[in-house]
Design a protein around this ligand. Structure first.
Ligand code: ARG
Length: 460
C-alpha cells in the first residue's frame, strides 16, 4: 500500500472504502500520455527558470520516457491508493529518481495538471472525430451525387407533401452534419488554452514561465485567470453540445431510414453487414445498427446534462465534484466514434429500391401545389387557387382518381382558366426540376449544392 503524496498533514491514512470512493483511475488512466507530456513541458520550464539544472532535467525526461514505456507495455499498473493518474505517475518518478523526482511538482497542482491533461486529450479526441466526420460528409455527398436522379415523396407530418430528389434528401443531412463539424471546431478552439501555471487556484510565488509551457504543449493561448482556469469546464460542455447535436442528427436520419426499410415503405435495403436476425423468426432482417444509433443518442444527451448539472452551483474554485467530469465525456467520445464508424459504411451500402418508390409518387396528390401555382401564373390569386385545387383533390378522392386522370372538362368545371397545358406540368420529375429556387430540390440546384458542399469540405 502506497502512502498518498499528500499524507504529511494526516495522522492516519484514508479508509479502504474511501480510497475506492476517491480514485479516478478507471477514467483518468486514459490520460497517462498527456500527463507525461505535461510533466516533460513543466520540467523543461523549471529548468528554463533555474529550478532544475541541465543534468536534473535530462534525468527527469529520461525517466518520464521510461515510465511511458512501462505503461505502454503494461508493466506499470496504477494503484488505487495513489488515487489518480497524476499521483501514480509522479510516485513512479520519485521511485525511480528519489528526491530529484520529488522536484517535478514544483509550482504545480493537480488542479492545473488535470486541466492540462484533459485539454490535451480533448484536442486529440476532437481531431480524430473531426476527421471521421469529414469522411462521413464525403460519403453523404457521394450518396447524394449518385441518387440525384431518384425521385421520392417528400414528407411533412410524415404525410406525402411534394416530390423531391433523393440527392436533395441526403444533402439536407450533409448541411446538418457540416454544422456539427463547425461546432466541433469551435469546441476545439475553446479547448486550445494552456491551464498550466494556474497552480491550485492562485498561481505561484515561483517565477513560472507560462509562455514556455504554452509553446511546449502547443496551446494557442494562456488562460487569463487562475481561478477560472482550475474551475472551467466550458470547453467540455461545448464539446458535449456539439456531440449532442451530432447524435440528434444521426438519430433523425436513422429514424427515416428505419421507416424506409419497413414492408410498408420498402424504399431501401440496408446492407446485411449492419443488420441482424431474430433468434425465433427466420424471416427477420432488422435494421439494428440504425436502431442502436437512435438509441445511443440518449446516453450522449445525458452526458451533456450530467456535466451541466455537476457544475451548476459549484463555488469557486476546484471542488472534487469536478473529478466526475470524465465519465460522461469519455462515454461520448467512444459513442460518437462508434456511430461514425458504423453509419458511414452503412449509408454507403444502402440499396435504393427505385421500382418500389415509383408507385408512391402517384399517391397523396404530390403535385397539388404545382397545379395551384400553375393557376397563379394565369393570374389567379394564390388563396383562390389553393381553394380550387383543394376542391379538385376532394373530387379525386371521391372518384378514386389522380389529378392526371382528370378530363379537361373536369378541370374546367372547377376553374375555366385550366387549359390543356395543365397536363404538361403533371410529372414528378418536372415538379422536382421546376423548383429551381436557391436551395430548392431541382436537380440543377442539388448539383449546385454538391459543388458548394465540396468547397466546404475543402475549406475545413
Ligand atoms: N483526480 C482529480 C480530478 O480528476 C485531480 C485533481 C484533484 N485535486 C484535488 N485537490 N483533490 O479532478
Amino acid at each position: 500500500k502506497e502512502k498518498a503524496l499528500w499524507s504529511g498533514r494526516f495522522a492516519s491514512s484514508p479508509a479502504e472504502i474511501m480510497q475506492k470512493y476517491s480514485q479516478s483511475l478507471d477514467v483518468d488512466w486514459h490520460f497517462y500520455r498527456e500527463d507525461l507530456q505535461g510533466s516533460k513541458a513543466h520540467g523543461k520550464m523549471l529548468h528554463s527558470i533555474g529550478i532544475l539544472d541541465q543534468q536534473e532535467l535530462e534525468k527527469i525526461l529520461q525517466a518520464l520516457e521510461e515510465i511511458e514505456q512501462e505503461v505502454d507495455n503494461g508493466s506499470l499498473q496504477p494503484k488505487i491508493s495513489l488515487e489518480d493518474v497524476h499521483m501514480n505517475l509522479e510516485s513512479r518518478l520519485i521511485e525511480k529518481l528519489g528526491p530529484l523526482g520529488a522536484k517535478i511538482h514544483t509550482g504545480r497542482s493537480r488542479n492545473d495538471q488535470v486541466a492540462t491533461d484533459y485539454r490535451l486529450y480533448m484536442k486529440k479526441s476532437i481531431n480524430i472525430i473531426e476527421e471521421k466526420m469529414l469522411f462521413f460528409l464525403e460519403t453523404l455527398l457521394k450518396r447524394a451525387e449518385k441518387d440525384v436522379d431518384i425521385i421520392v415523396p417528400g414528407f411533412t407530418h410524415l404525410q406525402h407533401a411534394q416530390p423531391i430528389s433523393l440527392g436533395h434528401y441526403w444533402m439536407a443531412y450533409f448541411w446538418k452534419f457540416a454544422r456539427d463539424i463547425k461546432r466541433l471546431k469551435n469546441a476545439y478552439h475553446t479547448t486550445d488554452v494552456n491551464p498550466l501555471g494556474a497552480g491550485a487556484l492562485a498561481g505561484s510565488t515561483l517565477p513560472l514561465d507560462r509562455e514556455f509551457t504554452r509553446k511546449e504543449l502547443g496551446f494557442a493561448i494562456n488562460s487569463e485567470n487562475s481561478l477560472d482556469t482550475v474551475s472551467d469546464r466550458d470547453y467540455l460542455l461545448e464539446f458535449l453540445f456539439a456531440a449532442s447535436t451530432f447524435v440528434l442528427h444521426t438519430s433523425g436520419l436513422s429514424e427515416d431510414l428505419i421507416l424506409w426499410c419497413t414492408s410498408e415503405f420498402d424504399f431501401i435495403e440496408p446492407p446485411d453487414a449492419f443488420c441482424t436476425g431474430s433468434s425465433m423468426m427466420p424471416n427477420k432482417k432488422n435494421p439494428d445498427a440504425l436502431e442502436l444509433t437512435r438509441g445511443k443518442t440518449s446516453g450522449v444527451l445525458s452526458s451533456l446534462y450530467d456535466l451541466m448539472i455537476n457544475v451548476k452551483g459549484l463555488p469557486l474554485t476546484y471542488n472534487r465534484d469536478l473529478q466526475e467530469d470524465k465519465r460522461p465525456v469519455l462515454h461520448t467520445i467512444y459513442t460518437v466514434n462508434m456511430i461514425l464508424d458504423v453509419l458511414t459504411p452503412l449509408i454507403e451500402g444502402i440499396t435504393i429500391k427505385e421500382e418500389n418508390i415509383a408507385p408512391h409518387l402517384t399517391k397523396g396528390f404530390l403535385l397539388a401545389t404545382d397545379v395551384a401555382e400553375y393557376l397563379v401564373t394565369k393570374g389567379i390569386p394564390f388563396r383562390e387557387t389553393h381553394e380550387i385545387v383543394g376542391g379538385l383533390v376532394q373530387f379525386c378522392i371521391k372518384h378514386h382518381k389522380n389529378l392526371e386522370d382528370l378530363t379537361l372538362e373536369e378541370w374546367q368545371s372547377y376553374c375555366p382558366t385550366f387549359g390543356r397545358d395543365v397536363y404538361d406540368i403533371l410529372s414528378p420529375q418536372l415538379a422536382v426540376d421546376r423548383r429551381k429556387t436557391f436551395g430548392g430540390t431541382a436537380r440543377s440546384e442539388v448539383k449546385r449544392q454538391l459543388t458548394a458542399g465540396l468547397e466546404l469540405i475543402a475549406s475545413f
